[in-house]
Ligand binder design. Structure first.
Ligand code: GN1
Ligand code: MG
Length: 341
């Protein structure tokens, strides 16, 4: 961990410190740093986020707006390095950033009660609500067309076209199932064309483990992982909550009989989200609520399957079929959401 200690010096964190891996994100390398104080240190994945300065600038814009309009909002702002920069680049060109560790907090990978669903959804809703009123044009996309379902479908087709025959063979069933949901792309295109959705500053990565819960109150302390804080539609956040809350099994579960749709959790998350966003969303926007979970489960499934077809170039994997397992899992979930919502 010598390299990590060198980086910490640039952020004025001196030894002795203990460094350990943190969290279950698929993109960055995250460490918990324990010394005199506690920190979260992250190495940003520069292959995914090719313009990390946009992350820093979006986060700063949000932070400044919140400081002025909602000073109590617990926004996780980075600690600048010796030169006052939010990101510090190492010799290999990787950007690093440092946060204070929020004590007495925890994350969950699965939702186990209606209360948790309500609180987490309320937490994500609170972020968008607090940023309602900020000038959206001050923000840039950190990842282009991130939740553009039509584009993601095209990427899947491209990956399929270029995949090795044995890889296609291994995923034959999933490919056929995926194609059968293409109607969701048409629905998405129609919805966007109608223009009833409002461009807002969204979190855009609202898996349940991106909410920090307070250990004592068990309420949402704050939303974390703000790399994709950028313009988007509310269905992106609501949909990814549906995707990651309603089933008791995560996207990593190999046994798809464990993937189930819990209606009571769905209702609780909707209630929590609308508790904050009920007066922010227009009546027209609210008509898209049932589409949210379908769209976001499908988009993630397409991305996972495309990554498998490409040979696992995007998501971290610990075994070769992991992206196929994830896609299979998400297909089952999608089937359930389409049937029940
Ligand atoms: C990635 O960074 P992490 O692990 O929270 C991905 C999300 C996917 C998610 C699937 C920047 O999120 O879009 O929903 O994996 N983030 C990026 O688990 O691609
Ligand atoms: Mg992320």
């Amino acid at each position: 961990m010598k390299g990590v200690k060198e980086i910490l010096k640039v952020f004025r964190v001196s030894e002795p410190v203990e460094i350990s891996p943190l969290g279950s994100g698929h993109i960055h390398k995250t460490f918990k740093v324990t010394g005199e104080k506690k920190f979260v240190l992250q190495r940003v994945n520069k292959n995914v986020f090719t313009r990390p300065e946009i992350i820093a600038s979006n986060n700063r814009t949000a932070f400044q707006y919140l400081k002025q309009h909602h000073p109590d909002y617990p926004f996780p702002q980075t600690i600048p390095d010796l030169n006052g920069n939010d990101l510090h680049y190492d010799d290999d060109g990787f950007p690093w950033r440092l946060y204070s560790l929020i004590e007495n907090s925890f994350t969950i990978d699965e939702v186990s009660s209606e209360q948790e669903a309500f609180e987490a959804a309320k937490g994500f809703g609170q972020l968008t609500k607090s940023l309602n009123g900020v000038d959206v044009s001050l923000f840039q996309p950190t990842l282009d067309r991130f939740h553009d379902l039509a584009w993601r479908y095209q990427q899947f087709e491209e990956a399929l076209h270029n995949a090795k025959p044995e890889v296609v063979r291994a995923a034959e069933k999933e490919i056929a199932q995926t194609k059968a949901f293409e109607f969701l792309v048409m629905e998405y295109n129609d919805l966007i064309k109608k223009g009833s959705l409002v461009l807002r500053i969204m979190h855009n990565d609202t898996k349940v483990n991106n909410i920090l819960f307070d250990s004592i109150s068990r309420k949402a302390a704050c939303a974390i992982d703000l790399d994709t804080l950028m313009p988007g539609y509310f269905i992106y956040d609501l949909g990814d909550m549906v995707r990651t809350f309603v089933s008791p099994a995560t996207e990593e579960e190999k046994d798809i009989s464990k993937v189930v749709f819990r209606k009571s959790i769905y209702d609780a998350l909707l209630k929590g989200y609308l508790f904050e966003m009920g007066n922010v969303l227009s009546e027209e926007e609210k008509k898209s609520i049932p589409f949210a979970g379908k769209m976001m489960t499908y988009i993630m499934e397409l991305r996972m399957l495309a990554d498998f077809l490409r040979g696992n170039t995007y998501y971290h994997v610990t075994y070769p079929e992991q992206n196929l397992v994830r896609a299979r899992n998400q297909l089952r979930l999608l089937e359930l959401i389409v049937a029940k919502v």
